[in-house]
Design a protein around this ligand. Structure first.
Ligand SMILES: [Zn+2]
Ligand SMILES: [Zn+2]
Length: 308
């Protein structure tokens, strides 16, 4: 046991850990490579070796700016148009960064048939660090909202609970086939939460979008239909997602505080993730960490008030 002194970087590596030794049971724990292998022939054709038809008069830079505004299924269709289309898509920097640093997020997007956001939106979300609802580090990507969320928010807040088709009808008045109901995913079979195996695919809609479309403040009543951290639906629509950084080989996954290993304080639980800067702020608020052996028994040292 002892208080670790040193530089800020040493504090982060000594008082925090990159991963918890427990499964999340989100989409990230499904064998995504089996459900959605990323197709890449590795071919890189010469740009002048084929045609894009009517788009040939546009400079490649303009075409790239248009392509990032397509969803992944439209991008795949464009890729199949010609060798030149294949080459332009395979060279998109945004797509390559996601493929390189978090291929499972891309697999989850394609595997769940998520068509309601484009490459630009996904790249922008993955390059930002904050949870959309609490502004702390959001270590998960929410496929329905195309937003970052933290564990506490996606397991507790009504707005992050996906809804079934029948619930969309009961609560928001939508009918099957309504053209507005485009924000949905087709779930991947797997083991979600701590006790549920879900073998069938099912369609889930984004509650926030449906509520916005109906200009309604009504949300699904959680007391009747929502089991929060034990609700499989909440885990079927999120996947762990690192903070992408084009200047580094590895992305940033965030860290967990050792001193909060048993904490359930709001905003500072054992699940809370931090960027290195956010972790230093946490240390200044909660005090240095007394590192124990085993590390799960570590605690924050009391902050001693110094009289002026
Ligand atoms: Zn949050
Ligand atoms: Zn802590």
């Amino acid at each position: 046991m002892g208080i670790v002194h040193g530089t800020d970087l040493e504090r982060v590596s000594s008082w925090a850990r990159p991963k918890l030794q427990i499964r999340d049971n989100t989409i990230g724990d499904v064998n995504l490579a089996r459900y959605c292998p990323l197709k890449d022939s590795g071919l890189d054709f010469q740009l002048e070796s084929s045609s894009l038809g009517d788009l040939d008069f546009l400079p490649a830079e303009i075409i790239c700016r248009i392509l990032v505004r397509l969803d992944f299924f439209s991008l795949d269709t464009f890729r199949r148009v010609s060798k030149q289309g294949h080459t332009i898509v395979s060279r998109l920097p945004e797509l390559n960064l996601i493929k390189r640093q978090c291929p499972d997020v891309l697999r989850a997007v394609i595997g769940t048939s998520a068509r309601h956001f484009d490459l630009f939106a996904l790249h922008k979300t993955l390059c930002s660090s904050r949870c959309t609802t609490c502004q702390s580090f959001g270590g998960y990507f929410h496929l329905l909202g195309c937003v970052r969320v933290c564990y506490d928010c996606f397991t507790e807040l009504d707005i992050h609970l996906p809804v079934h088709e029948l619930e969309a009808a009961w609560v928001f008045g939508f009918r099957p086939g309504d053209v507005e109901m485009t924000t949905y995913i087709n779930t991947i079979p797997g083991f979600y939460t701590t006790a549920r195996t879900c073998q069938k695919r099912r369609l889930l809609w984004d509650q926030a979008t449906l509520s916005r479309l109906r200009k309604s403040d009504t949300l699904l009543n959680p007391r009747n239909r929502d089991r929060l951290w034990a609700e499989p639906r909440r885990f079927m629509v999120v996947i762990p997602a690192p903070l992408l950084d084009p200047t580094t080989v590895e992305p940033h996954w965030g860290v967990h505080c050792l001193g909060c290993s048993y904490s359930h304080k709001p905003g500072a639980t054992f699940r809370t993730q931090y960027t290195p800067q956010g972790f230093l702020k946490h240390i200044s608020d909660f005090g240095p960490v007394l590192v124990e052996d085993p590390v799960d028994r570590s605690r924050h040292a009391p902050i001693v008030e110094v009289e002026a």
